[in-house]
Design a protein around this ligand. Sequence first.
Ligand code: TRP
Length: 448
Amino acid sequence: MHSPRGSFTSRFGATVAVGGSVVGLGNIWRFPYIAGENGGAAFIVVYILMSLMIAVPIMLSELSIGRQARRNLHGAMERLAPGRFWRFTGTMGIVTALVIVSFYCVVAGWALGFLGRSVANGFAGQTPAEIAGGLKLFIDSGWRPVMWMSVFLLLTSGIVWFGVEKGIERFNKILMPLLVLMLVALGVNSLFLEGFREGMTFVLKPDLSKIDGGVVFQALGQAFFSLSIGMGAMTVYGSYVKEGESLPRIAATVAVFDVCIAVLSGMAIFPAVFTFGIDPTSGPELVFMTLPNIFRQMPGGYWISIAFFAILFMAAITSSVSLVEAIVVWLKEEFRMTRRRALAMTTGTVFLLGSLCALSQVDGSRLIVGGMNIFDLFDKTSSSVLMPLGALLIVLFAGWVMDKAMLRTQLTSGESYARRLFGPLRLMIKWVCPVVIALLFLNQIGLI
Ligand code: TRP
C-alpha cells in the first residue's frame, strides 16, 4: 500500500501474505460461535461450499481488479471505469473495514487479557462453570475490555506506523505453521475428552433438515468475513502480486487453507463444549468460555495456554494491521492527508467505536440499537449487509464492467491450463455469484 508499490517476492510469499490477512479471529473465534448458533455440521457443509464455490470467484475478481489497476479498490474502479459510480464500492469497503476493526480489537483484547491471566495462572483452582463465566465477569468490569482493546489497538497502530509489512510476510511464514500445530495438538487432546463423540457428531454429522435461508446466509457472511472479501482488502493484495503469478492458484490455496483451519478449530472446541456443559449457542463468548477449560485439564496446560493465546493474538494482529493500513492509505490518497495524521485519526476513531462496542456488552448497558448491543450490531451488519453488498458490486464490476480481455489476462496468466478454466470462472463471476448473493439478500429481507 506504499508508493512506490512493492510486490511479493514469489507465489509462496504472496500466498503467505494473503493467508496472514485471511487467517485470524474469523477462523478461531467467529467460526465456532457462528457454527454453534446455526446447528453445527449442516452449517459447516454449507460454509465449505460457500467458501470454495462463491467466495473464491469473488476473491479472484478482487485480486484481478487490483493487479490490473495497481491501485486500492476505490482508485482501481475509477481507473478501470472512469467517471462512474463504481468507486463508491471502495468507499463502502473502508466503512466496512472500520466497523470490523472496531469489534475485532475488542475480541483481540479478550485474547490479550486471557494471555495475561494465563501467565498469572489465574484459571487454576476454578470449576469449569467458574471458568466458563470468566469472560462475562471480565466484560462486565467495563474497564478491563476497554483497556486491553486499547493495548491491542496501540500495538496495531505501532506496527502500521513503523510499516513493517515486509517483515510480516516473513513473520507469517513462522506463525501459520505454529497455529496449525497448536490446533492439531488441541484436536488430539479432545480425543480424550468425555464429550468427544458428542462434539464430533455435532461437527461432522449434518442434519440437512436444519438448512434454511438464514443458515445459508450466515454461512455466506462467515465465508466472506473469514476470507477478507467484499471490502477491497484483496484488491490491495492483488496489486502487489507479480504479473506472471497464477491468481487462481493463490486463491484456491488460501481458501482451502482457511477452511481447514476453521474446521480444525471447530474440532478442537466442540468436544470440550460438550464435556464442560457449555451451551453451543453461547454466542461470541463461546470460544473464550471453552478454551481455558481445555487447558486446565491438559498436561502442560499452563504453557500451552500461554502459547495459544499468544499465537491467537499474533494471528489477530496480522489481520488488524491490514485493516488499519487500508483505512490509512485511503485517507492519505483520497484526502491528501499525511500518513501521521491519517493514522492518528484512524486510531482515534477505532478507539471510540471499539470502546462503545466493549461497553455495550456490559450487563445492563444502554448502548443497544434495535435490540442488539453495538458489538453484535457491528459484527452482524458487517457480514450480513456490508460485505455481501460489497461482494455483489465487486463481482458485477468484474463480470460486466471490466474489460473482458483484461479479466482474461488476469485470470489466465502464468498457467496454460488456466485458459480452460476461464470460461467456467467467468460464468461464476458474471452469473452464479451475483444471483446467489442477490437471492439470499431478497430472502433475508423477506421478499422471497
Ligand atoms: N479474515 C479476517 C479473519 O478471519 C478478518 C478480516 C475481514 C480481515 N476482513 C478483513 C482482515 C480485511 C484483513 C483485511 O480474522
